[in-house]
Write a protein that binds this ligand. Structure first.
Ligand SMILES: Cc1cc2nc3c(=O)[nH]c(=O)nc-3n(C[C@H](O)[C@H](O)[C@H](O)COP(=O)(O)O)c2cc1C
Length: 194
C-alpha cells in the first residue's frame, strides 16, 4: 500500500486545462475532495482557508465579468483577447478556488496561515487525482488584482491560493524537467563549523 502511494506521488503531474473534460467530480466526490483539503496542518486550528466552487453557468458569468474587467484595465480588447477572458473559468467542468482567509490571532503569524492554505490546495489536488481526475492549479492575473478577487467572490482581506481546474483527463501529460533533488538539500552545519 505504502509503495502505491509513493508511486502516485512520484508520478503526479498537471493536465493541460483545455483537455479537462466532463465528467467532473460529482457532489459526493467534491465533498470527499474538500474533506481531504481541510485535513491539513493548521497551527491553532484556525481553518484559515475556504473553498469556492465555480461550475455550470457560473463559470460563464465569471468569464464575462473578467472580460469586462480586463477591458477596463487595458482598453478595448481584440476578439482573441476577449475570448481568452470569456473562457477562463469554463475550460474545465469544475474550478475550485482555494481562498486564503487569515484570521486575527495574537500569536500565530499570518505567514503560517498562508502556508496552511497552500497545503489545503495541494491536498485538494492530490485527492482529486486519487479519484482519477486531472487537475491544474493556477492563479493568473485576476488573483493579483483587488477587483479581480472581488468579482471572484473574495473579501478584501482574502487572497487566492489557487484556482484548481478539475476534470476528466484521458491524455498523458507531457513530462517536464524536475529539480535535481541532490542540489536541494544539505546536512545542517552551524556557523561555528566554518
Ligand atoms: C500558487 C501557484 C500558482 C500557479 N499559477 C499558475 C498560473 O497562473 N499559470 C500557470 O500556467 N501555472 C501556474 N502554476 C503552475 C502549475 O500549477 C503547475 O505546477 C505547472 O503547470 C507544472 O505542473 P506539474 O508540476 O503539476 O506537472 C501555479 C502553481 C502554484 C503553486
Amino acid at each position: 500500500m505504502t509503495s502505491q502511494i509513493i508511486d502516485f506521488l512520484l508520478a503526479r503531474n498537471s493536465a493541460p486545462i483545455p483537455d479537462l473534460q466532463e465528467p467532473a467530480p460529482d457532489d459526493s466526490q467534491i465533498r470527499t475532495i474538500l474533506t481531504a483539503a481541510s485535513r491539513v496542518p493548521d497551527h491553532g486550528r484556525l481553518a484559515p482557508w475556504r473553498f469556492i466552487l465555480y461550475r455550470g453557468a457560473a463559470r460563464v458569468r465569471v468569464g464575462e465579468r473578467l472580460a469586462d474587467l480586463a477591458e477596463q484595465r487595458e482598453g478595448p480588447l481584440s476578439e482573441g483577447r476577449r475570448n481568452q477572458e470569456l473562457t477562463r473559468f469554463s475550460r474545465a467542468p469544475l474550478v475550485i478556488g482555494v481562498v486564503s482567509s487569515p484570521k486575527d490571532h495574537p500569536k500565530i503569524p499570518e505567514w503560517e496561515m498562508f502556508l496552511s492554505a497552500g497545503a489545503a490546495a495541494m491536498n485538494l489536488v492530490l485527492a482529486a487525482n486519487a479519484l482519477g481526475y486531472g487537475t491544474n492549479w493556477i492563479t493568473n492575473w485576476y488573483s493579483d488584482v483587488p477587483e479581480g478577487r472581488a468579482l471572484l467572490g473574495l473579501a478584501p482581506h482574502e487572497r487566492v491560493a489557487g484556482f484548481v481546474h478539475i476534470g476528466t483527463y484521458s491524455g498523458v501529460a507531457p513530462e517536464r524537467p524536475r529539480p535535481e533533488v541532490d542540489a536541494l538539500y544539505s546536512d545542517y552545519a552551524g556557523p561555528w563549523e566554518g
